[in-house]
Design a binder for this molecule. Structure first.
Ligand code: HEC
Length: 153
């Protein structure tokens, strides 16, 4: 009898302990999106650094285009409900992401489209085209940040 009482006790305690653990650890989405955006930032910088060179390295640009296109597809899944400013975790994500989901999805789609465009342009050797496509990617970053990321002072 004593044993089964203990077992019931343990069963009751377990979920409570698990909940405390969840509340203490920030949602994994914060780190996932931080790392993903940082990777995109590095790929963009590396790409634009190439444009400043007398002979831009197309292989580097292609590699960056692949990184950007792969990273772009992940953005959609990086903002689950509950990971906004209300989470009490340091974040620049604005509540507008969840208040205007259709607009946010459009901004995400624009990133996916422009990064695919850069990949397509970078498959060729027309530097003017590649630069224009990279500019369009930059425009899609800014488009989303202007509406959905806390302005940086
Ligand atoms: C669909 C919206 C959206 C698009 C498109 C987007 N971003 Fe962001 N970005 C955000 C949001 C929201 C944050 C803030 C995330 C947070 O703090 O939780 C952010 C944060 C960042 C950060 C800071 C990372 C951090 O967590 O400190 C960098 C760097 C960044 N973005 C780069 C880019 C680049 C480069 C592109 C384009 C290639 C891009 N972003 C496109 C929404 C977007």
């Amino acid at each position: 009898m004593q044993f089964s009482k203990l077992a019931v006790c343990a069963a009751l305690l377990l979920p409570a302990t698990a909940m405390v653990a969840v509340a203490a650890a920030p949602h994994p989405a914060f780190k996932l999106r931080h790392d993903n955006f940082e990777a995109m930032g590095r790929a963009m910088k590396s790409t634009f650094d190439q444009f400043k060179k007398p002979t831009p390295n197309l292989a580097t640009i292609r590699k960056n285009a692949n990184v950007l296109a792969a990273a772009a597809t992940k953005v959609k899944g990086h903002f689950p409900v509950g990971t906004g400013p209300e989470a009490g975790v340091k974040t620049e994500a604005l509540a507008a992401i969840w208040a205007r989901p259709a607009d946010f999805a459009a901004a995400t789609d624009r990133l996916v489209d422009t990064t695919k465009g850069l990949q397509a342009a970078a498959a060729g050797t027309d530097l003017a085209k590649i630069q224009a496509a990279a500019g369009a990617v930059g425009g899609s970053c800014k488009n989303c940040h202007d509406s959905f990321r806390k302005p940086r002072g």
